[in-house]
Ligand binder design. Structure first.
Ligand code: XMP
Length: 570
């Protein structure tokens, strides 16, 4: 998989692996000589134009050696451009669904795929003239070269995205390419790799010992368990830092995982956060506190000695920075910033057993190791924990009535372009998602729309009060989150959503000072997300549970997609 800078590159590689064929991501400009061992190459999509200065390209020799190559989207344009075809620089793009008409062809790539079919497009430029020796094999009403082929040279291009679900027969295209054109065998199964990875761990570590900071998430837990299995429990140490910002039952759950020690740092985190209301400051303080605690542990346990290595749960997308993963890399940095850790990394004393796997494959490996489903199937949870789900306010303020609903003066984050920005929230009295989407698109003075599901007092009578992060408020949020999680799990709803944050906002009455927001979302990788509906009966039960706490004034439901909202509220 040659990465031409697209967020789709990893998705494409993952789809090929899901078909049971090993795929690896390389820089697009990797010399052809280094790629000879591959049965086939796929040049990924990407946001550039072949005419942009410095846009990604490939070594043209890959098209001359008889190796099978498929260009997807930008990949098709690069192929056409380098082989003497013509690419037209588009002004307006084509984004969304289209109908593909395939030409009659015997070619194995398109075999069995006749008939008009739904595809998904996302491009600006198009191939106008195919290179010599190529045929146009597919078109849409607006795109004359939606697919092209040179069967004799084993070169193929598609302008659409076969890797997304909206291209209904997309997997058949990828499957035709890897099996019929490239002649690959279905022989990739991450579970079979476990003995090999264990050997790699033993080779890398030698006679040394390994320590991990385990977060309780899937990646670090699987990496830790795997390393223990490879080296034996007495050579591998894992520490989990209890920040006091974790969910109900989390620390007990982690204590149940074999071989983990718990470092209690609850008071340090809460003390450092006392009186702080500003979201970015909260994040910063938590990052700094992690550094201090980790340094203390490393010093106390003499982990800087030559006979120790650092183990990490880095997974494949974290190792390659492209458009889609830059943020993931950024988010992770604050945990890895400890000077001691940096020193270990720069001296190569680091072991990352999962660095060639995708998330779903890590789960497969975890199942092979016999780790509990409760651990492997858990939703993502942010490093700063409940702190960024417990909103604070600098000063007291009233709710404002507008023609569209009530404007609640708590500031939640949204994404405008690539920037995170803080704006108020609009509450409406229906759970009509289409209306919410229309409002978020139209009104620029707020970031998100919530439905008022059930409240003790009229929303117009509630106020936002000045408050910061206290043990009492964290505990209130923890109880609400615990109740929602129990009901979500028991009803099977947690399997239908990708993540389900529960947020506490300082909106209420003197007796019941806070309200709770439910934020169930569907997503593939967290970069974009859709708000998800819930069965009314389940929602009613969640409201009843949450409101059984007399200090909670109301339950709201976040109806906002990302963008423009974000998944988290801070
Ligand atoms: P947003 O709020 O940006 O979140 O839509 C996207 C995904 O990233 C997670 N997230 C974090 N994870 N540390 C983390 O480890 C963080 O500081 C952090 N902030 C957001 C969020 O839970 C969602 O899955």
């Amino acid at each position: 998989m040659l990465d031409a800078g697209g967020q789709y590159c990893h998705l494409e590689a993952r789809k090929v692996r899901d078909l049971g064929v090993y795929a690896e991501v390389r820089e697009s400009e990797t010399p052809a000589a280094e790629l000879r061992g591959a049965k086939g190459l796929i040049v990924s999509g990407g946001p550039s134009s072949v005419y942009d200065p410095g846009s990604p390209t490939v070594d043209a020799a890959i098209f001359a050696g008889g190796q099978a190559v498929l260009g997807i989207c930008y990949g098709q344009q690069v192929m056409a451009h380098l082989l003497g075809g013509k690419v037209h620089k588009g002004v307006k793009g084509e984004y969304g669904l289209a109908t593909l008409h395939l030409a009659e062809t015997e070619d194995p790539m398109f075999g069995g795929l006749g008939g008009p079919q739904q595809i998904w497009m996302s491009h600006r430029d198009v191939v106008e003239t195919v290179p010599e020796g190529f045929q146009v094999t597919g078109r849409t009403d607006t795109c004359a070269v939606a697919a092209m082929a040179s069967s004799a040279k084993r070169l193929y291009g598609v302008q659409f995205h076969p890797e997304v679900a909206h291209t209904l027969r997309g997997l058949e295209y990828l499957s035709n390419f890897v099996f019929k054109v490239c002649g690959c065998e279905k022989d990739w199964d991450p579970r079979h790799r476990v003995p090999l990875i264990e050997q790699e761990i033993r080779d890398c570590v030698g006679a040394r010992q390994v320590f991990f900071f385990v977060s309780g998430g899937v990646d670090s837990s699987v990496a830790f368990a795997l390393t223990r299995r490879a080296l034996g429990g007495d050579r591998v140490r894992g520490v989990y830092v209890d920040t006091g910002l974790m969910r109900e039952g989390e620390t007990d759950f982690v204590r149940g995982l074999a071989g983990l020690e718990v470092e209690d740092a609850q008071h340090e985190f809460l003390d450092a956060l006392r009186g702080v209301t500003e979201p970015e400051r909260k994040r910063h303080i938590i990052g700094e506190e992690f550094v201090l605690v980790q340094e203390r542990i490393m010093e106390r346990q003499h982990l800087m000695n030559e006979d120790w290595m650092l183990g990490q749960g880095t997974i494949y997308p974290d190792t390659i920075e492209s458009g889609g993963t830059a943020k993931a890399a950024l988010i992770k940095t604050h945990h890895n910033r400890v000077a001691g850790i940096q020193k270990l990394i720069s001296s190569g004393r680091i072991v990352e057993p999962l660095k060639s796997f995708y998330k779903d494959e890590v789960r497969e490996v975890g199942r092979e190791l016999g780790l509990p489903a409760e651990l492997l199937d858990r939703h993502p949870f942010p490093g700063p924990g409940l702190a960024i789900r417990c909103l604070c306010a600098e000063q007291e303020a009233a709710v404002e009535q507008t023609p569209e609903g009530w404007l609640i003066p708590v500031h939640s984050v949204g994404v405008q372009g690539d920037e995170r920005s803080y704006k108020p929230v609009l509450a409406i009295d229906t759970q009509d998602m289409a209306r919410a989407t229309e409002l978020t698109n139209r009104l620029s003075y707020m970031n998100r729309v919530v439905a008022a599901v059930e409240t003790r007092a009229a929303v117009s009578e509630m106020r936002v009060r000045a408050c910061s992060l206290t043990a009492e408020r964290i505990e209130r949020l923890r109880r609400a989150d615990g109740a929602v999680r129990r009901l979500s799990r028991a009803s099977g709803y947690d399997q239908q959503v990708w993540q389900f944050p529960v947020i506490l906002i300082p909106l209420g009455t003197p007796e019941a000072p806070d309200s709770v927001v439910l934020r169930p979302v569907d997503s593939v990788d967290g970069m974009t997300a859709q708000s998800v509906r819930m069965d009314p009966d389940l929602l009613a039960r969640m409201c009843a549970e949450v409101l059984s706490d007399a200090t909670v004034a109301g339950v709201f439901y976040d109806l906002t997609h990302k963008p423009p909202g974000t998944i988290e509220w801070e």
